[in-house]
Ligand binder design. Structure first.
Ligand code: ZN
Length: 195
């Protein structure tokens, strides 16, 4: 059973997966066709090996700078701040945003509490000062951590004379952007409000 335990332990490292679910996934893998399991393993390895964080925005991509940062047709006067690369991908899928991104990364809850701007926040300030965007959209999760981080960023960015907005209402409170469907998210981008 050692092999199965090892597989379950691997699944258990994923966010939101407890011991029971991990074991269920492990048994599910045993029932899968070998070809599917090979695809699964290849997918994991390829993603981890071939994707890296863009040196400009922090989004994961095969190229650095990423496809968005190097796309000259994007609106460079709009900068959208997200907590992680996956949130930028969600916003991309709505098709309603044509600006650039900045990924904060890390754990949002530690940002406002320590009061010390972490490297990705410093990078955001440096970016905004070097090439001031017309608008900075804070697209952070509608959770307590997201709200606190948005308030902290607004306090840092507004003295630079920048227009800071946040996503409009309609997003489910206290959750991650992932829980919003594309239509709601597109509406929230459309209906962003000033901070
Ligand atoms: Zn980029």
């Amino acid at each position: 059973m050692k092999v199965l335990d090892r597989l379950a332990a691997c699944f258990e490292r994923l966010p939101g997966v407890g011991r029971k679910s991990a074991e269920r996934f492990a048994y599910h893998v045993l029932a899968m066709p070998l070809k599917d399991v090979e695809d699964f393993a290849d997918g994991l390895l390829a993603a981890r090996r071939d994707l890296r964080a863009c040196g400009v925005c922090g989004c994961f991509d095969e190229a650095d700078p990423c496809a968005v940062c190097s796309d000259e047709s994007r609106d460079r006067s709009l900068l959208c701040v997200v907590d992680r690369s996956g949130a930028a991908a969600l916003i991309e899928r709505t098709g309603g945003y044509r600006g650039l991104y900045h990924v904060l990364g890390g754990h949002l809850h530690s940002l406002p509490r320590t009061g010390r701007p972490q490297p990705r926040v410093k990078a955001l300030l440096a970016r905004a000062e070097k090439d001031p965007p017309r608008e900075i959209v804070l697209a952070l999760p509608p959770s307590a951590e997201g709200e606190a981080t948005a308030a902290m960023l607004a306090r840092m960015l507004k003295p630079l004379g920048l227009r800071v907005t946040r996503l409009g209402v309609g997003l489910p409170a206290g959750s991650e952007l992932e829980y919003a469907d594309e239509v709601t998210l597109a509406r929230a981008i459309e209906g962003r409000t000033g901070l």
